[in-house]
Ligand binder design. Structure first.
Ligand SMILES: NC(=O)c1ccc[n+]([C@@H]2O[C@H](COP(=O)([O-])OP(=O)(O)OC[C@H]3O[C@@H](n4cnc5c(N)ncnc54)[C@H](O)[C@@H]3O)[C@@H](O)[C@H]2O)c1
Ligand SMILES: [Zn+2]
Length: 375
């Protein structure tokens, strides 16, 4: 078991990472929270419960924990206030009180809804995160951001609520659909790109093992990504400065997601495309060397395919809040001087954004004409 510490001033906690962690979850939870008499409320989805619920519940029974299970749907479109309200209602039904402990078992959507519900139920009760997608393990479950989407946009309502403990079992990734797995990979490429050239090089060199989900490769990836996120979060708990680096690939990525009503891309896929756009924006304004852009292309492409892009410039620019000639000064772009050397700038002309978008669209046209020419 690897133990990664998230060193926050008022709320340090551990992330336990390993294969088969779910079987030990009950015992580790007792050790970390020392509240054996309080009630545990597991929040999970029907899909995840069917696959992994029994393993978790067995470990809870073995540890003598008193628990109940609440189900709520996952997937981006389920990340709503209404579903969170259902979860709060179920807390009451299951007689949760101020001493109860919420356990989130699921992907980022479950982690975010359960964390949000825990943060406001009776003005806040503790939560333990047990993420089950690659994206949630490497990213969503740590850092304390919780929330739901509003009709007007993603994550518009939420809180900061740090977990008491995060348990990461890399074995649970074995059941993840291929597309979800690859979507998580792009967020980890991001971690390497903004702060760890070694991790980035590892991902470039070992795409075969990583795509096969070789267990030691997966363990390495997840723990390296977690170390990076833990470090950045500890330096900047509330996203005033450094934490913004985690948004590399997200400025264009979020615009692509919004432009397609969150239906075409998984979040990680949009980030993959957003990173490709970002390196081209960087080359257009002389921040990113062409060789760095090429590295990004070949690494991202080795975890492809990504869904095509045909979103027009005007849509992207208006989502970025810009007028036709300039991008609004409050839109921040994270760009790369080199792999592992990011810069944050709000000084990106609309022409550079258009160039970045054109590169994405032309990749789509090429792959389409390729398909056509092969009948
Ligand atoms: N709080 C944060 O800091 C933070 C960071 C990054 C992302 N997020 C949020 O995370 C969300 C995306 O998370 P996600 O990609 O995990 O989506 P998700 O939770 O919807 O899970 C994706 C799919 O995988 C399935 N699934 C989950 N675990 C599985 C397993 N082990 N085996 C098989 N199937 C499994 C789910 O049923 C779902 O259909 C977004 O809403 C995003 O905003 C939050
Ligand atoms: Zn992300």
């Amino acid at each position: 078991v690897k133990r990664i510490k998230v060193n926050l001033e008022n709320s340090a906690y551990d992330v336990l990472v390993g294969a088969r962690m779910l079987r030990e979850a009950g015992a580790n939870l007792l050790k970390a929270t020392r509240t054996p008499s309080s009630k545990c409320i597991v929040v999970t989805s029907p899909v995840v419960r069917k696959l992994w619920g029994k393993t978790l519940e067995d470990s809870f029974r073995k540890a003598g924990l008193n628990y109940s299970v609440i189900e709520v749907d996952d997937g981006e479109r389920s990340k709503t206030f209404r579903n969170m309200e259902k979860v709060l209602g179920a807390f009451v039904q299951h007689r949760a009180d101020r001493k109860s402990l919420v356990i989130a078992l699921g992907g980022g959507v479950i982690c975010d809804i359960a964390g949000f519900a825990a943060s406001i139920f009776m003005r806040g009760i503790p939560v333990v995160q047990i993420p089950t997608t690659l994206l949630a393990q490497a990213d969503a479950a740590i850092g304390g951001k919780t929330g739901v989407n509003l009709p007007g946009g993603k994550n518009l309502a939420g809180t900061f609520h740090q977990p008491k403990l995060v348990i990461v079992d890399t074995d649970v990734l074995s059941t993840l659909p291929d597309r979800e797995y690859r979507a998580g990979i792009f967020e980890i490429i991001k971690c390497g790109a903004i702060s760890d050239a070694k991790l980035f090089a590892y991902m470039t060199a070992n795409a075969g093992d990583i795509l096969k989900r070789d267990s030691s490769a997966v363990l390495h990836l997840v723990s390296e990504a977690l170390k990076i996120k833990a470090k950045i979060v500890a330096e900047d708990e509330r996203e005033s400065d450094n934490r913004r680096l985690l948004n590399f690939g997200h400025t264009i990525g979020h615009a692509l997601e919004a432009a397609t009503s969150y239906r075409r891309y998984l979040h990680g896929e949009a980030v993959g495309l957003g990173m490709l756009a970002a390196v081209n924006i960087g080359t257009a304004i002389g921040i990113t060397p062409i060789s760095v852009a090429q590295k990004m292309f070949s690494t991202v492409n080795s975890y492809g395919p990504l869904p095509p892009v045909n979103v027009p410039d005007e849509t992207v620019l208006s989502l970025l809040g810009s007028d036709k000639k300039t991008v609004n000064g409050s839109t921040h772009f994270v760009l790369l001087k080199d792999i592992g050397r990011p810069v944050i700038t709000s000084d990106v002309p609309a022409a550079a954004v258009k160039y970045g978008m054109e590169v994405l669209r032309s990749a789509f046209r090429q792959s389409r004409s390729h398909q056509v020419s092969h009948g």
